[in-house]
Write a protein that binds this ligand. Structure first.
Ligand SMILES: C[S@@+](CC[C@H](N)C(=O)[O-])C[C@H]1O[C@@H](n2cnc3c(N)ncnc32)[C@H](O)[C@@H]1O
Length: 505
């Protein structure tokens, strides 16, 4: 690590708080402010496993070193820019501060489970959970702030999550809709951010003892909602990137006191003077399997069972958050279930030609937002009725991403969605593909990611057995990155305008 020889001015009350907590270690802690902050990335496990041999040489340019507490985590050299590399755009990894990777490692979500990330933007924990679920089960990632929810949705899309829904709700509203629904919940609470001080000196200006108290009060409110949504026998990870006791251990003590059906499974801290990370706190709590065994239950009725779901009203889906799009579609088509089925059938017909291995997921359902076709995910044991119930539960919420975006439906024409490309692990999923390599095709990669058309035999030497007229999947070192459309030896660029940029190779 480089010595940066500068130390930000820390509030005296903050230093006293640290001294009370750390005693003799205080000096070592304060010395850590002279060290450079840590940089990390967390890889997408399935994309990495499938293409490891091809990707490893390029990844070595970031001088990756394993993060000891996270299977998918790596430190990278701060002189490199993995966030500007095309692999980032292809969703191979997520840039994440290493100690923040401890939270999902400890939550330990399993494929097939129903998981909530309650305070999710920009998506570090969400995309980590999604990697662990491996596309099986259901992930609801929620963010209270509208703009941050959009960023969350775009990161979920970039990381190719197939089974994640992104909602933009306050925790209480969500709790009314999903009582005792989740097997696991991640609550990465908004906090006073003491662990951010090396990374972001603005966080120091915002810090005060009153701010710590305010954060603890807000955390307690969010916890009430989280508790309501956890199933009996479920697990919750509460985490912060702050050091003080009020927002961490004291909050957990209060929790255990108020809700005796919870037990503390473990709590861990990462300190910047002891480990290579900015600092994080994680507590894992488990709820008793039988609520009636507990002295006090926070939920008055345990009547919400998977068998008692009402069928959702599919005609008024999420109307609140999508008025604009609904309006646009008005008069041209309606989103009745027969229309959705017809549009989905049109998409299936499209896959016969362009993605012959596509299989309709066994659970969940297609849904239509104006001109956008999505697949609403559901755990594999969900019946059609339960998927309808889930859809109904989203009704009236803002839902920036109701599932996997499959296609734009334009006047009876299907255009595959960018999210669909990023959800694919292998270019062979498409009947036609252009395979670019960082070693040989740097100029063509820049052109594509900049939104320019590619000319066959000029920009790229494509293998004629892999390229065919029409929709073509573009891949970099085996990682699908977007769509193009081939006609007359030219690939028309369908890389989304908002993502076009100059990347570093
Ligand atoms: C620590 S950040 C989450 C980081 C995220 N989990 C990640 O790993 O990328 C906390 C989030 O809580 C949100 N938040 C703020 N006030 C909130 C509230 N009252 N209820 C729920 N979430 C809130 C913030 O907008 C912020 O996105």
């Amino acid at each position: 690590m480089t010595n940066i020889n500068t130390q930000p001015t820390l509030p005296e009350t903050y230093k006293q708080q640290i001294k009370q907590m750390l005693g003799e270690e205080t000096e070592a802690f304060l010395q850590s402010f002279y060290e450079e902050r840590t940089y990390g990335l967390r890889i997408h496990p399935l994309k990495w496993q499938l293409h490891k041999t091809t990707l490893e040489p390029m990844m070595s340019t970031f001088s990756l070193q394993s993060v000891p507490w996270c299977n998918e985590g790596y430190y990278y050299d701060s002189n490199t820019r993995p966030g500007k590399h095309p692999y980032h755009a292809a969703g191979l990894y997520y840039i994440q501060e290493p100690s923040a990777m401890s939270a999902v490692q400890l939550l330990d979500p399993q494929p097939g489970e129903i998981v909530l990330d309650l305070a999710a933007a920009p998506g570090g924990k969400t995309t980590h959970i999604a990697g662990r679920l491996q596309g099986k089960g259901l992930l609801i990632a929620n963010e209270i702030h509208r703009e941050r929810a959009k960023i969350l949705a775009s990161n979920v899309e970039r990381m190719g999550c197939t089974n994640a829904i992104v909602t933009n709700s306050d925790p209480d509203t969500l709790a009314e809709r999903f009582p005792m629904f989740f097997d696991r919940i991640m609550l990465d609470a908004p906090c006073s951010g003491e662990g951010m001080f090396r990374k972001d000196t603005d966080a120091i200006q915002e810090w005060s003892p009153d701010h710590v108290t305010l954060c603890a009060t807000r955390q307690w409110d969010i916890i009430q909602a989280a508790v309501k949504m956890l199933k009996p026998g479920g697990t919750i990870a509460y985490s912060t990137c702050t050091f003080n006791y009020a927002e961490n251990e004291h909050t957990i003590e209060r929790w255990l006191d108020r809700y005796p059906d919870f037990t503390l499974v473990k709590q861990e801290r990462i300190w910047p003077h002891k480990q290579r990370g900015e600092g994080h706190y994680v507590a894992v709590l488990r709820r008793a399997s039988h609520l009636e065994d507990t002295a006090e239950s926070p939920i008055s009725s345990a009547s919400v069972a998977m068998t008692s779901y009402a069928t959702g009203d599919t005609s008024t889906r999420f109307e609140k958050g999508n008025k604009g799009k609904q309006k646009k579609a008005a008069g041209r088509k309606n989103n009745s279930s027969s229309n959705v089925d017809a549009v989905y059938e049109q998409f299936v017909q499209w896959t016969y030609e362009y993605m012959p291995d596509w299989q309709t997921p066994l659970s969940g359902k297609p849904i239509l937002f104006g001109e956008e076709l999505y697949w609403l995910p559901a755990p594999s044991d969900f019946s059609g009725e339960q998927s309808n119930w889930l859809e109904g539960k989203l009704n009236g919420l803002r839902v920036p991403r109701p599932g996997l975006h499959l296609a734009h439906v334009l006047k009876q024409r299907i255009e595959p969605a960018h999210a669909l490309a990023l959800s694919l692990l292998d270019p062979a999923s498409a009947s036609s593909s252009i395979q670019l390599s960082t070693a040989a095709d740097a100029a063509a990669i820049q052109k594509y990611l900049n939104g320019e058309a590619l000319l066959l035999d000029q920009d790229i030497q494509a293998d004629s057995s892999e390229v065919a007229k029409g929709w073509t999947l573009v891949a970099i070192d085996g990682l699908p990155i977007g769509w193009g459309k081939l006609a007359n030896d030219m690939i028309k660029n369908h890389y989304p305008k908002g993502l076009r940029a100059v990347y570093l190779l």
